[in-house]
Write a protein of this length. Sequence first.
Length: 742
Amino acid sequence: MSRKRKGKSRKNGISNLTNTILSILKKERNQAFNYKQIAAKLGVNDASSRNQIIKTLAKLAAKQEIQEVDRGKFKAVINTEYYTGILDLSSRGSGYIICDEFEEDIFVASNNINRALNGDEVEFYLYKRRKRGKMEGEITQVLKRDKSEYVGVIQLHSNYAFVIADSTKMYKDIFVPINKTFNAEDGDKVLVKLEDWPEKADSPYGKVIKVLGKPGEHNTEIHAILADYGLPNEFPEAVENYANELDTSITEAEIAKRRDMRKDLTFTIDPKDAKDFDDALSFKKLENGLFEVGIHIADVSHYVKEGTVLDDEAYERATSVYLVDRVVPMLPEVLSNNACSLRPHEEKYTFSAVFTLNEKAEIKDQWFGRTVTYSDARFAYEEAQAIIENNCNVALSAVEASKINTEIPEEVSLTGKTYQTQPEIAEAVLVLDKLAKKMRSVRMRSGAISFDKVEVKFNLDENNDPVGVFFKTSKDANKLIEEFMLLANRKVSEFIGKQSPKKTFVYRVHDEPDESKLASLQGVVKRFGYKLDFKDRKSTSASLNNLLKEVVGKKEQNLVDTLAIRSMSKAEYSTQNIGHYGLAFDYYSHFTSPIRRYPDVMAHRLLQWYLDGGKSANEDAYEEKCKHSSDMENLATKAERDSIKYMQIRFMEDHKDEDFVGVISGVTDWGIYVEIISNKCEGMVSVRDMTDDHYAFDQELYAMVGRSNKIIYQLGDEVVVKVKNTDLVKKHLDFTLIGKVE
């Protein structure tokens, strides 16, 4: 009989109850539990189990492993210190936690991730590994999910489905009940939303909320990029309707409230394929020999009013997204391409910063306020560059008619405005170019850093297939516009920033670079023969500028440019002004692109509010908006990079039989990364495919070293590669290594 009772007791007992109770109380250590609540969590309700729980609680309390904080309610006794941070997962399942309390990121092994996902805010504690003696982290709970929606390919089964996420950082397939597949077909690319991750389930549960199309198709992959970052691809109907019903006419009543600058010579300079023109320059020679230069910005805030569905949508988007084949605008087309676009031969409402300058580009006077302007001409950068390089007039009517499909009559009269003659425009461009160069020279002497990184662009055919790659570089015409936009941004923020008492404003801030990143940069560039001096701020800026100048046109240029940019802190929006390190400005804001950036809209509103005598705006509210704008800018940048990577892989699909010369741009223990010199496409050579020897990663040399042949493949070496595999879905390019360039 006694044996039967023992057997029955084991069968009804709760195994490992002590550790289970401790785990429950530690996981939710800020909450107290009674025996009934613990029983509910364990899924038991029989008297025997409850008695077992009561006894175990009493034993743990006696050992002082838990404490009774109220009658019958217990909490864990916590001897471990817990921290919070953001998880950065690798594709291998392990990761690092970025925590403000530690200088170095905290490593977390894959078995200690505990259902956290990449980007999640997590709680963790530190422990020392027995073998290595290094501190590592174990995640105890997820405090906040970074994202709940993932893009992937669905695999249908009879009663359920799984979505295999595109992201290599999503280490689990997502389980989808068959009734939540949104009628997706097997193999479709879908957007899935996480709903739950049950305690005993190996995979998270989700539901399909959108079918994107078939993997590999152009529109499917572009929409997948947007969906993966939670970015929209169309406007809600209510927003479109609101925008379409706006009064966009130029009225005498509104003109009377503004400074009328329609008679001032005004023009835009933009990329030749631009569809929205949110900034223009005006130029006037004054009788005293000084120059009046106006920086005129589309007055978006005139149309986008706070509290409207249009403003809510613009705020949520916070920025336009520039993918390879399309723009996802912040504002509907009726505003971005029409009412707020400073198109030639049209009157527009603008917000302006007007400066009086001498020949040395020194500011003698300034004015800020709302204006009405008329654009006399539209330049592409190439046209303005031709004027600067030839130091002469260009036949604008012929150029614009052929390149922009715009015919400019010799004289146009519109509400008393007469079109300026071509020589006046050419002279304005030349004078503005000289002033811009003087302003740039002063800025560089003050410690500004010149990042003129080469941009990769594609020639697309009518089907959006890439038929060519070209590089966009910044020339004098680009720098002319840049300097005057910088001037407006700097002076607007300075005007408000220096007011007393302090007034809330939206600044674009850029902190000093991290010393460890600069040291890492120095370690890389010295292998190419370059030296850097980080003694103080001035020497740091000077040596970085010298480095960026020296690498121009060399095989390592793109690698060094990229590493130099990565060594910098990230610019962001904030109400707390710390200056802009990269530009060497004490005050800086974004004021000049309100069509595509929400912080510029906020800057316009605040400036006008203060010009009208308003008191300081709510700092906390604007800081929250700044953070959101910075976050959305970051997402947009990632989406733009993904679209470039996608298009590069599509381009390489048609060049699989060719040999390419590339530069080793990265070395890891699993292979080397190679960037092709002629088109900047980057791919990986797996160490498993380097079969002529056994290669090992040498971290100090940034190199793969052959055990027998002693061949070294080092960062910056030129090699010949051929395409092995292109994966449009994963946006991954694999190369076969042919050998070194001798």
